[in-house]
Design a protein. Structure first.
Length: 139
């Protein structure tokens, strides 16, 4: 079993002690989300203190984190939480071009391992599996 990180243990403590986050405190939030998180306030450190966190919907949480430099903008398209059907802010985020898909399927057809192809494109092996089995990128 994988050991839990300090941050996930603190978030688990927050949910146990204060309940699940259930609203977004961002005044400009459209209030359409059903998923809420505890968000670390900029300048505070992760610790078991409710005053260091605020509740936000996932969309506002990510915007807050990226705006304040907590995450690299490049990682936004690859994050799974807050995404629906591969879309972020209503736009489809495609990592591969049709030519890449053709090359991936060709390399796999010639006997190359999925894990080696995945390393080339810096994606998980399961992504390559979905492509070669025509589960995604069906062209």
């Amino acid at each position: 079993m994988k050991p839990k990180s300090k941050i996930s243990l603190i978030h688990q403590w927050l949910r146990k002690k204060h309940g699940k986050a259930n609203k977004c405190i961002n005044p400009s939030c459209p209030k359409k989300s059903k998923n809420f998180d505890y968000c670390l306030i900029t300048g505070k450190e992760h610790k078991k203190d409710r005053k260091h966190y605020r509740t936000m919907c996932r969309s506002c949480h990510y915007k807050y984190d990226y705006k304040n430099g907590k995450h690299e903008p490049q990682k936004e398209a690859t994050r799974r939480m807050g995404r629906k059907n591969g879309r972020i802010n209503g736009m489809v985020q495609c990592k591969f071009k049709p030519a890449d898909i053709y090359k991936i399927r060709s390399r796999y057809g010639f006997g190359e391992f999925q894990k080696d192809i995945a390393k080339t494109y810096r994606v998980d092996r399961s992504t390559i599996s979905l492509i070669v089995n025509y589960k995604t990128y069906r062209y």
